[in-house]
Design a binder for this molecule. Structure first.
Ligand code: AMP
Length: 215
């Protein structure tokens, strides 16, 4: 059983790297942001509660986030483990998480803010299957269309310059202290998020002692 948290500022490649680990090690990938986006897309009550907060790049209320995470983990469909992405994002969420679950490692993807801005503002998303693209490094084969399902790509509502600055501020103020909490438990593995995604994946595997990435 492998229980990982992946942390890093928006655009650092958490989703992509989690996906690669999930595929090979049969992990359940839990992205709180994806869960919220699903609710917004499907016009659920929860979706209505979080839509504006997300579009502004602000953080959703801790109680709501915790109940979403708890419900997801309570499904117990993670026989081989999980990788949780986008959570915890502040001290309170970290404490809730550490009280309820033990984790093996925190993967921390490091990326300078300027590179974050460059990446995030060129990010596109398939609203149908959730696939992420980047107009700089990971272009779709056909412009504006998803390679997997052919749906038209969109810009995430929170990938605007204003929302990005709000998220960067939040990250530095609230999420960095979470890393410090985890550091005290000696579970943090720092990984440089700048190289091509295959190299980042290999670096993650090296530091976690996992088998090599074969691409
Ligand atoms: P993400 O895809 O992880 O960037 O999340 C998108 C948005 O969902 C964030 O900007 C927040 O509004 C909300 N969100 C996701 N995870 C959390 C969390 N752990 N705490 C509070 N809000 C969150």
């Amino acid at each position: 059983m492998r229980k990982y948290v992946i942390m890093g500022v928006q655009g650092s490649g958490k989703g992509t790297q989690s996906q690669l680990l999930r595929e090979e090690f049969d992990l359940v990938h839990i992205s709180v942001g994806d869960i919220f986006r699903w609710h917004v897309r499907n016009h659920t009550k929860l979706g209505a509660q979080v839509r504006r907060i997300m579009a502004a790049g602000s953080l959703v209320d801790d109680d709501l986030v915790e109940s979403v995470v708890r419900r997801r983990l309570d499904e117990h469909d993670w026989n081989y483990g999980f990788i949780i992405d986008g959570f915890p994002r502040n001290g309170r969420q970290a404490e809730f998480f550490m009280e309820s679950y033990d984790i093996d490692a925190v993967i921390h993807l490091e990326l300078p803010d300027d590179e974050v801005r460059r990446r995030v503002l060129s990010r596109r998303l398939c609203p149908n299957c959730g696939m992420d693209y980047n107009l700089i490094a990971d272009r779709p084969e056909q412009e504006g269309r998803c390679d997997i399902c052919g749906h038209e790509l969109v810009t995430r509502a929170d990938d605007t310059p204003e929302a990005l600055e709000a998220r960067l501020r939040d990250y530095h103020e609230k999420t960095r202290p979470v890393l410090e909490l985890f550091r005290r438990k000696e579970v943090v593995h720092d990984v440089d998020g700048r190289p091509p995604l295959e190299e980042v994946q290999q670096a993650i595997r090296d530091t976690l002692g996992l088998p090599a990435y074969k691409g």
